[in-house]
Design a protein. Structure first.
Length: 455
């Protein structure tokens, strides 16, 4: 098997095939493994977030009276100092796994010439052809760049080039209120940047529970981010070392930099996809079935290159399951109960069904809510704005969904995920003893709150 790309999906696909005692190679164009997740996406942005939380003193300000101001000439490189350490450690771990499993890494750009043949061109333009039984495409994605705009990485940036800023700007416009746009809006706002976030939809991340989305919007505005909803860009000009930005609603905005976070496109360029008859959509995302099969030869595709949900956690399982199916070892479907971790400030995490989804299906439900200011650990951690919401059946008390905003949300969500997976009820939370003081105690508080509504 040959895997194109060494991100989370490609790595796990290769390791799974190696466990089946297959001869496996990964083709990687970067010259170093890890993909976008390690080098320009998940790890850098999340490490930057942690650095900002530390330097801004956001968690400690009102508790200890700490006020932190950053030096005027601080650069993103200064803030990314720890990122390089994190990346190097992760690379060591990945390379160790590949070595232990006897997986070869072939440097160069891959082009699929036939369903059983790949041409690999190195940095010097030298090409070689490799024969294979199975191909898994895990080439990932890149930020979408509107062809009408000139992304100069001086005034106009995407979500990857923004990490190469030479200085922290005084003001920034972010176009796109999805996950990436909101995460970067929070990061830069907490660095003291005057941030304006523009989203064409009526709310930020409408797939979230609406109460959670509205709470996040309120907290972002509270922390100096101007959030503009139901509006979009009409005109953009660079003049006098600034960006002049006009919206359809007639707003005129001026900022030092603009970040466009308008989704991503698949890295299918020069892969030979169209020549083979593999179908893609207008964003270059490969269409696959439930087994991640492309419909051509024994070619599979996994990870960001197939689109939604574009989560590193899900991509890992996609790679593993595709390798299993490719060699007929196992017929396993991807678990549909997926947790989402959104690293805004504060964190947001969800699993299961929202009130809006249950209403759309006509399902009867009730909710239970815990506010973090009710928790002893919430007071200790100075998290007064967080909340945990449960959706459940008022008759059977079966848990439908968990929606969290606040301290440690992405870690806490897995308790609810486990209960939903096994068809559990909110009685589990009521009857379980949680450590005290912890944020997880919110489950018990929310369950008791929900029970009070049906008794």
């Amino acid at each position: 098997m040959i895997v194109i790309g060494s991100g989370p999906a490609g790595e796990k696909a290769a390791v799974q095939a190696a466990k089946f005692r297959k001869k496996v190679a990964i083709v990687e164009s970067r010259g170093v493994v890890g993909g976008v997740c390690v080098h320009t996406g998940t790890l850098p942005s999340k490490t930057l977030r942690e650095t900002v939380l530390y330097l801004s003193g956001i968690k400690q300000r009102s508790v200890y009276g700490v006020v932190c101001t950053l030096k005027n000439d601080v650069t993103v490189s200064d803030l990314m100092f720890r990122t390089e350490q994190v990346i190097q450690k992760e690379l060591e771990i990945i390379q160790g796994k590949l070595f232990r499993n006897g997986i070869s890494v072939l440097g160069g750009r891959a082009k699929i010439t036939t369903p059983n043949q790949i041409q690999i061109e190195d940095e010097y333009g030298q090409a070689r052809v490799v024969e294979t039984e199975t191909i898994i495409i895990a080439a990932g994605s890149r930020p979408y760049r509107d062809p009408a705009l000139k992304f100069d990485d001086k005034y106009i940036f995407d979500s990857e080039s923004i990490l190469k800023l030479d200085r922290i700007p005084k003001s920034m416009i972010i176009v796109g209120g999805g996950v990436i746009g909101c995460e970067y809006a929070c990061i830069f706002a907490h660095l003291g940047v005057k941030v304006t976030l523009i989203e064409a939809k009526e709310r930020l991340m409408p797939f979230l529970d609406h109460e959670v989305s509205d709470t996040l919007t309120y907290l972002m505005r509270k922390n100096r981010t101007k959030v503009i909803l139901e509006d979009r860009m009409e005109k953009l000009e660079i003049a006098n070392d600034q960006v002049n930005f006009t919206t359809r609603a007639g707003r005129t905005l001026v900022a030092d930099k603009v970040l466009f976070a308008m989704g991503r496109v698949g890295n299918i360029d020069n892969l030979g996809i169209s020549e083979l008859g593999i179908q893609t959509n207008k964003r270059g995302l490969i269409k696959v079935d439930e087994n991640f099969y492309s419909g051509v030869g024994k070619i599979y595709a996994v990870g960001d290159i197939i689109g939604f949900p574009s989560l590193a956690s899900v991509s890992m399982d996609q790679g593993r399951l595709a390798a299993q199916h490719a060699f007929g070892m196992k017929e396993t479907r991807l678990n549909t109960l997926l947790p989402y971790g959104i690293y805004t400030i504060p964190e947001v995490s969800i699993v299961g069904e929202t009130e809006e989804e249950l209403n759309a299906k006509g399902t009867q439900y009730e909710t239970g809510v815990a506010r973090f200011y009710e928790l002893a650990r919430g007071q200790i951690a100075n998290d007064h704005d967080g909340m945990l919401k449960l959706t459940f059946c008022p008759k059977t008390k079966k848990l439908y969904g968990v929606h969290i905003i606040g301290e440690r949300a992405a870690d806490m969500i897995h308790i609810g995920q486990a209960v939903i997976s096994f068809g559990g009820t909110i009685d589990y939370f009521v009857d379980t003893v949680f450590n005290f003081p912890t944020m997880s105690e919110a489950y018990k508080v929310a369950a008791l709150n929900g029970l009070s509504s049906i008794q």
